[in-house]
Design a binder for this molecule. Structure first.
Ligand SMILES: Cc1cc2nc3c(=O)[nH]c(=O)nc-3n(C[C@H](O)[C@H](O)[C@H](O)COP(=O)(O)OP(=O)(O)OC[C@H]3O[C@@H](n4cnc5c(N)ncnc54)[C@H](O)[C@@H]3O)c2cc1C
Ligand SMILES: NC(=O)c1ccc[n+]([C@@H]2O[C@H](COP(=O)([O-])OP(=O)(O)OC[C@H]3O[C@@H](n4cnc5c(N)ncnc54)[C@H](OP(=O)(O)O)[C@@H]3O)[C@@H](O)[C@H]2O)c1
Length: 448
C-alpha cells in the first residue's frame, strides 16, 4: 500500500473526533492518528449517555467502523499537553484537529457548594457510567435530592435517582454502582429551573420518559403554567408543557418516589456539611431580559444537591482559548489565534461549539471542519518532514494503547456481563483497564 500523502492527528476519540476521522478517511490520501487520554474510545457516548439509553449507545458500533480502515490508528493513554505538546503534533502531522470536548462543569457560585453531598451532575454521571477517574458516590442517608438545571443532563440524573433499580439491572453499569442505587432510599427528587417550564432546554422525549417512570408521582405548581401563551412557543416547548401538565394531573397510587418540578427558583445557599438543605430564591425576568432574584427565599430539606447547569471545557495546553465562551475560537473549524487563522489547526465538537448538542450535531459539525482541513491540505500540501510522534512517545517510555487493546477491554466487559446475565458490564478501575491493555503487550511496540 502506498503511504498516504497527508497525516492528520485528531486529539479526542469522542463522537466529534470519530466523525471527523470518518470524513477524512473517505479520502485515500489521508491517514489519521486518533489520540485519547483514555484506553477507551467514544468519549461521552461511553461515559455520558445514560446506561439505560441503549439505542443511542449502539451509535458506537457505527463509529467503530472507522477503525477498520488501515489508514486509522488509535493511540490511547496519551494525554495532550502532558504526554505530547501542540508543537510536537504540529511537527508530526499536516493538520491537527482538537476534539477534546468539555471535561469540567459550571459552578453555581453559592455558599456551601463544596459541602459533602453537593456535587456536579458531571461527577455523578461519570460515576454511574463507570469512568475510571470517577469518585464513588454514596447515597447513604439520601431521601431527598435536588437536581439544579432543567436540561437533559438534569433529566438523566433525576431519572437514574427515581428509577426502580431493577429496571437498571440489565444495563452495563458497574456492579458497585448498581448495588449503591439498589440500596438507596430516595423518596423525593426536585428538578429546579431558574426560569419557567417554557424555557427549559430538556427535550420532550427525555422529559416524557422521566415523567412516565413507573411508581413516580409528578408535581408541578399550577402557577408555573400561568401567563404562558402556548401559541407563541416553539413546538418543543409546547409539547414539553403538555407533558408536564399531563404528568402533574396523573394520579399515581402509592408512589415509590415523588418528583417535583420547581420553576422560577435559583439556588442561593447549600446548607450543612454534609448537605441538609438547599435555599432557593424566587426569580423573575428583569426588564433587561435577564433572570434576577426577588429576595423571597424558601428552604428545601435535601441531602444531595446535583448541579446540572452545564459542562465546561478547559484550555488544551498551548492552544488558543476563549475563557469567556469556554471554546477554542474558530472560523468554520479553523482555529483562530488573535483573530487570525492558525495554519494546520482545527477544532470540532464541544470544544469548538461549547457544551451543547446531541451526538448527531457533531456529525454536521465534523463535516464542516473536515471540509476546511481538506481545502487547506490541497492548498498547503504536506509538510516536507514529519516527526514520528509514536516513536517520540516510545522514546519517552510511553506506549499508547491500541484499538486491539480496546477490543480486549470490550471482550472482558462482555465476559463480565455474561456472568451476571447482562450483555456487558463496564470495567471502571484504572488498574483493571491497564492490566487488560498491558497483559499481552507489556511495554510493547507502538502500532505501525
Ligand atoms: C451526561 C450526558 C448525557 C448525554 N446523553 C446524550 C444522549 O443520550 N444522546 C445524545 O445524542 N447526546 C447525548 N449527550 C451529548 C453528547 O454526549 C455530546 O454531543 C458529544 O459527546 C460531544 O462529543 P465530543 O467529541 O465533542 O466530546 P466528548 O464526547 O467529551 O469526547 C472528548 C474526548 O476527548 C478526550 N480528551 C479530553 N481531553 C483530552 C486530552 N487532554 N488528551 C487526549 N484526549 C482528551 C476524552 O477522553 C474524550 O474521549 C450527552 C451529554 C452528556 C454530558
Ligand atoms: N438524552 C439526550 O439526548 C441528552 C442527554 C443529556 C445531555 N444531552 C445534551 O447535552 C447537552 C448539555 O446538556 P445540559 O443539560 O448540560 O445543558 P443545557 O441544556 O444547557 O441545560 C443547562 C441548564 O442549566 C441551567 N443553568 C445554567 N446556569 C445556571 C445557574 N447558574 N443556576 C441555575 N440554573 C442554571 C440552564 O438554565 P437557563 O436556560 O436559564 O440558562 C439550563 O436549564 C445538551 O445539548 C443536551 O441536549 C442530551
Amino acid at each position: 500500500m502506498t503511504p498516504a500523502r497527508f497525516r492528520v492527528a485528531i486529539v479526542g476519540a469522542g463522537p466529534s473526533g470519530l466523525f471527523a476521522a470518518q470524513f477524512l478517511t473517505a479520502h485515500p490520501d489521508v491517514a489519521v492518528d486518533i489520540f485519547d487520554r483514555l484506553p477507551t474510545p467514544y468519549g461521552l457516548l461511553r461515559y455520558g449517555v445514560a446506561p439505560d439509553h441503549t439505542s443511542i449507545k449502539s451509535v458506537a458500533t457505527a463509529l467503530a467502523r472507522v477503525f477498520e480502515s488501515p489508514a486509522v490508528r488509535f493511540l490511547g493513554l496519551v494525554t495532550f499537553g502532558r504526554d505530547v505538546t501542540r508543537e510536537e503534533l504540529l511537527a508530526g502531522y499536516d493538520a491537527v484537529i482538537y476534539a477534546v470536548g468539555a471535561s469540567e462543569d459550571l459552578r453555581m457560585g453559592v455558599t456551601g457548594e463544596d459541602a459533602t453531598g453537593s456535587r456536579s451532575a458531571r461527577e455523578f454521571v461519570a460515576w454511574y457510567s463507570g469512568h475510571p477517574d470517577a469518585e464513588p458516590q454514596s447515597l447513604a442517608g439520601v431521601h431527598q435530592a435536588a437536581a439544579v438545571g432543567v436540561g437533559n443532563v438534569a433529566v438523566d440524573v433525576a431519572r437514574l435517582l427515581v428509577k426502580e433499580p431493577l429496571a437498571l439491572a440489565s444495563t452495563d453499569m458497574p456492579e458497585d454502582v448498581l448495588a449503591e442505587l439498589s440500596r438507596a432510599d430516595v423518596r423525593d427528587v426536585w428538578v429546579i429551573g431558574r426560569r419557567g417550564p417554557q424555557h427549559a432546554s430538556f427535550t420532550t422525549t427525555e422529559l416524557r420518559e422521566l415523567c412516565n417512570t413507573p411508581g413516580v408521582r409528578v408535581s408541578v405548581e399550577p402557577e408555573s403554567f400561568e401567563w404562558i401563551e402556548d401559541d407563541l412557543l416553539d413546538r418543543r416547548s409546547r409539547t414539553n408543557l403538555a407533558v408536564l401538565r399531563a404528568a402533574s394531573e396523573t394520579r399515581v397510587q402509592n408512589p415509590r418516589v415523588r418528583l417535583h418540578f420547581l420553576f422560577w427558583r435559583r439556588p442561593v445557599e447549600v446548607q450543612g456539611d454534609p448537605v441538609s438543605g438547599l435555599v432557593l430564591e424566587r426569580t423573575v425576568i428583569g426588564p433587561d431580559g435577564r433572570v434576577r432574584g426577588t429576595g423571597e427565599t424558601e428552604q428545601l430539606s435535601v441531602q444531595l444537591v446535583l448541579r446540572a447547569i452545564g459542562y465546561r471545557a478547559i484550555r488544551p495546553p498551548g492552544v488558543p482559548f476563549d475563557d469567556r465562551l469556554g471554546v477554542i475560537p474558530t472560523e468554520r473549524g479553523r482555529v483562530l489565534h488573535d483573530g487570525a487563522v492558525a495554519p494546520r489547526e482545527y477544532a470540532v465538537g464541544w470544544i469548538k461549539r461549547g457544551p451543547v448538542g446531541v451526538i448527531g450535531t457533531n456529525k454536521s459539525d465534523a463535516r464542516e471542519t473536515v471540509q476546511q482541513v481538506l481545502a487547506d491540505l490541497a492548498e498547503l500540501g504536506p509538510r516536507d518532514e514529519h516527526t514520528d510522534v509514536p516513536a517520540l512517545l516510545s522514546d519517552r517510555g510511553l506506549h499508547p494503547s491500541t484499538f486491539e487493546d480496546w477490543r480486549r477491554i470490550e471482550a472482558a466487559e462482555a465476559n463480565r456481563g455474561a456472568s451476571h446475565e447482562r450483555e456487558r458490564m463496564k470495567i471502571e478501575a484504572w488498574h483493571e483497564l491497564l492490566d487488560l491493555v498491558q497483559r499481552e503487550r507489556p511495554g510493547g511496540p507502538i502500532p505501525q
